[in-house]
Design a binder for this molecule. Structure first.
Ligand SMILES: Cc1cn([C@H]2C[C@H](O)[C@@H](COP(=O)(O)OP(=O)(O)OP(=O)(O)O)O2)c(=O)[nH]c1=O
Length: 204
């Protein structure tokens, strides 16, 4: 028997990757792009940065709603961290090449923050998760060939593990989906705190 979910999801994101991932949950969802200010404060830790930005994205959509629908607004933010330095998206190809050159041949961390905000009550829960990624050593020629593929230009750390970037990665420790931008096991737990039981909704 399939239980009709008590609430739907509003994904506060422009990212097609997050839309594909959230569809897996089987809960009806709509998308409202969030244009929240993504400026980071220099004193923020990676956890603080991704948590704050995820909440800002959800909050901005909440503020833009007319009514108070029975929905959970989901905001999310991903950064790459190398030597405690936060790397967001590259500004251009040169910047992307610098990022990949600094990530090759070693490990770095990927942090994603997730905010769930109840559109009826305004109650919010925010969490973050970290995954460690190791990249193989690369020559300058390999770095520029990867950058020229263009795939990393709209992504934190200038690579996409789900695409050609998979050929650069020798291992990960932690949740793969956290690297792609939406840790689904964490999100499912958080939705459970708002009475949206993902496994129950999908029971047949
Ligand atoms: C490291 C890495 C990041 N990414 C992506 C996830 C995020 O979409 C993006 C980081 O930018 P974000 O600012 O987190 O997200 P976004 O601008 O794409 O979308 P929105 O703010 O509207 O939700 O990098 C990958 O797709 N693969 C990877 O391997």
């Amino acid at each position: 028997m399939t239980m009709k979910p008590s609430k739907s999801i509003i994904l506060a994101s422009t990212s097609p990757r997050r839309q594909e991932l959230i569809a897996v949950l089987g809960i009806p969802f709509s998308v409202i792009p969030s244009y929240a200010d993504e400026t980071l404060e220099p004193e923020w830790s990676p956890e603080q940065a991704v948590s704050e930005l995820a909440l800002r994205k959800a909050q901005q959509v909440y503020d833009s709603l007319n009514g108070r629908p029975q929905a959970i607004i989901v905001g999310s933010d991903t950064v790459v961290v190398r030597d405690e330095q936060i790397l967001g998206k590259p500004e251009d190809e040169g910047h992307a090449a610098q990022m990949i050159a600094s990530l090759q041949g070693r490990s770095h961390e990927v942090y994603t923050g997730v905010a769930c905000l109840d559109a009826e009550s305004g109650r919010a829960v925010v969490r973050s998760r970290m995954t460690r990624v190791t990249m193989k050593p690369m020559s300058e020629g390999q770095v520029s060939a990867y950058v020229r593929s263009g795939e990393g230009l709209d992504k934190a750390g200038a690579y996409g593990i789900q695409g050609l970037g998979s050929t650069l990665v020798t291992g990960i420790e932690g949740d793969y989906f956290n690297v792609v931008g939406l840790p689904l096991s964490l999100l499912a737990d958080m939705l459970g705190e708002f009475d949206l039981d993902v496994l129950n909704v999908n029971e047949i």
